[in-house]
Write a new protein. Sequence first.
Length: 136
Amino acid sequence: MREQIRRALVDELKTACAETHGAVEALQAVKRAANARVAFWTLGVTASSMAIALFIAWWVLPTPADLAGLRTERDELASNVAVLNQRGGAGRGVCACGWTSKGPDMAKVPTTWSSRGIKLDAILYRYRKSAKTRST
């Protein structure tokens, strides 16, 4: 009788062991499938984010032709500034903080721009005064 119980127990344990191995293999297959799904989702999200970033960069950033035009414009402006500096313009310490216009034939000028400590209004007044004397 003992031998019979022992054989039945061994057979049941072998069956349980086989079922356990089958369950382990099934769980490992589920794990592999979940890992593959996560990897594909990660790649998909990364690719979409990169595509969106590239599209925004393409849309916002200037083209090489635009850059060439901007460089040309910058060079023209730099040469104009150089000409103005040669004519005695104040290229440093310029701060536009407020605007005013005095008189009917004076242009709107910033009130706080200064040229060597002299208010620009005074410079324009002198220029206007000298222009009137030159024209007469």
